[in-house]
Ligand binder design. Structure first.
Ligand code: F6P
Length: 545
């Protein structure tokens, strides 16, 4: 199959739709809302405000079939090494699979190992919550500091923030990721060394930022009452690298393992989720896994048109590759989901921000929109101007829950009124005639109307997806995350991209290693391009003042 030619066929279909509005598609099909609103437990995904219809969906389904989608999905679930450049299976789904007893990697059944680690997590949580885990002075550990970065930070941090209403009492949690010392120093001002548990979360246990922060945290601990013998009580690790965790001095009983078939940005379901289980309770963590597992079943079995992650991927593929839209905004109308866009930035952009296809050839079509967002309603007062009237069309996901965790007066109705109004405005727009009528009613004269009218027109016809949940609890959140994970997987198949490696992060890391000694040793002349050399000299000069 030639993907490029099939993309051209889809582009021809798009051309025929060029002058048709999303709104007109509702007139063409009276059942549009029923057809394009998909249900999953206490969640619905409404795709009717996207510029798609039966004909487009049929063409997208055909395209997915030509890409071998069903077979590739099967390969992922069954543990085939679909991450070909790293020769790894991709089995985050196995971590939340409570029904299968046998999933194999290299002939070894991984389910017993997964269950062992879950038991270890459960036991550790039980001891932590009962107060059995004490620090060097005998006081109960009550503060958690998770030190990690990327997938070893963003996922658990986002979930802990989203599930704040479920936090255990008298326990605090902090996340330190940035190698900027401010992050660690500021966090440590909130901690008592006698009662703090440091979790060093790193798949590789070699990541520069995490190891630098981990060593500095240990130094702080030793300088503030701790000693070498008590490091084991206060430092635990979540990692695949048992050699390095032991070199750091972590008690092997307090290393929570995972495996190379868990990608960093897909790892919150593994031992990397321990901070979630500690702050929200182990049962809550299991609920999160259950939500992910139910979404896996949905993704694995539902036909494409009724499959929420596939429909999300179709919309992004249609908007970006076929219609050239280069951005994608994610807008949770839920304050607890404020870190969801940041989490999705890694999940989506580290997965599919790539310019080569599976065989190493340069991709010949547009992929990977930039993903960004902020909670509503705050975002309405910052970048929504551009979403409504900018020259680029920016498809958006609007996410909200009907129920608030903190009901207060009519705040939730106001929030949801805004949530609904935005998608309505983006689709319907406002015509010149309506603007004129409004301005006339407001008593403006013709000259004033002429001066304003163009500025107040909304072209509309801007595609959005609405995800409406009953309430953001652990189960629903698990499903929501898994939904985006499978969207990413599906896009990888449609674009013929390996969604599971991340070679693009290497070069900067390599160069930073070279620059670091040059920053410490001022005597040597820096060996870079003229701009970088000049900046290094300026840093030397200013660091001394
Ligand atoms: O930024 C690259 C990356 O490898 C991510 O994929 C990963 O989530 C992050 O670094 C952290 O890696 P580790 O868990 O090994 O410290």
């Amino acid at each position: 199959m030639n993907i490029n030619e099939n993309i051209k066929v889809l582009q021809q279909i798009a051309e025929q739709y060029k002058n048709r509005s999303i709104l007109s598609l509702f007139d063409d099909d009276k059942n549009r809302v029923e057809k394009l609103t998909l249900s999953f437990e206490h969640m619905i995904g409404d795709f009717s405000k996207q510029k798609i219809d039966d004909e487009i969906l049929k063409a997208l389904e055909n395209f997915a079939e030509l890409c071998g989608f069903a077979q590739k999905r099967e390969q992922m679930f069954s543990g085939a090494k679909i991450n070909v450049t790293e020769k790894r299976a991709v089995l985050h789904t196995a971590l939340r699979n409570s029904t299968s007893d046998d999933i194999r990697v290299d002939g070894i059944n991984i389910i017993p190992e997964i269950k062992d680690v879950l038991r270890q997590m459960e036991n550790f949580c039980a001891k932590f919550h009962s107060g059995e885990l004490v620090g060097y002075s005998g006081k109960r550990l009550d503060t958690i500091v998770n030190i990690g970065i990327g997938g070893s930070d963003l996922g658990p941090k986002m979930v802990c923030t989203a599930l704040k209403p479920y936090h255990k009492k008298n326990t605090a949690i902090h996340f330190v990721s940035n190698v900027d010392s401010t992050h660690l120093v500021e966090t440590l001002t909130l901690c008592n060394p006698e009662t703090t548990l440091f979790i060093i979360a790193s798949k590789t246990f070699t990541t520069e930022e995490t190891m630098t922060n981990a060593h500095s945290a240990r130094m702080w601990f030793l300088n503030n009452g701790g000693n070498d013998e008590s490091v084991g009580k206060h430092f635990i690790a979540l990692s695949t690298n048992l050699k390095e965790t032991s070199a750091f001095g972590i008690n092997p009983d307090n290393v929570f393992r995972f495996w190379d078939w868990v990608g960093g940005r897909f790892s919150l379901w593994s031992a990397i989720g321990l901070p979630i289980a500690l702050i929200c309770g182990y049962d809550c963590f299991r609920e999160l896994l259950s939500g992910g597992e139910e979404m896996d079943k949905h993704f694995h079995t539902k036909e494409m048109r009724h499959n929420i992650p596939i429909m999300m991927a179709f919309c992004t593929f249609w908007n970006t590759t076929i219609n050239g839209m280069a951005n994608h905004a994610v807008l949770p109308y839920d304050e607890y989901l404020r870190l969801f866009p940041a989490f999705l930035q890694q999940l989506e952009m580290e997965s599919i921000g790539k310019f080569v296809v599976m065989n190493g050839n340069k991709v010949e079509y547009k992929t990977n929109p930039s993903v960004w967002g902020q909670p509503g309603t705050d975002s309405q007062h910052s970048f929504f101007q551009l979403i409504h009237q900018g020259t680029d069309i920016i498809p958006c996901d609007f996410i909200a829950a009907a129920q608030s965790h903190n009901p207060l007066g009519n705040h939730q109705q106001r929030l949801l009124a805004n949530f609904l109004a935005q998608t309505e405005a983006l689709m319907n727009g406002k015509s010149a005639a309506t603007v004129r009528e409004e301005l006339e009613k407001a008593g403006l004269n013709e000259k004033e109307i002429e001066g304003l009218i163009q500025h107040k027109i909304f072209e509309g016809n801007r595609p959005t997806t609405t995800i409406l949940c009953k309430k953001i609890d652990a189960f629903t959140l698990g499903a929501l995350i898994a939904m985006y994970e499978h969207k990413v997987f599906t896009l990888g198949i449609l674009w013929n991209i390996n969604s599971f490696d991340q070679w693009g992060v290497e070069l900067g890391k390599q160069l930073a290693k070279k620059i670091l000694p040059e920053l410490s040793n001022k005597a040597d002349e820096p060996q870079h391009d003229a701009s970088t050399n000049n900046l290094i000299r300026q840093i030397h000069a200013w660091s001394n003042e």
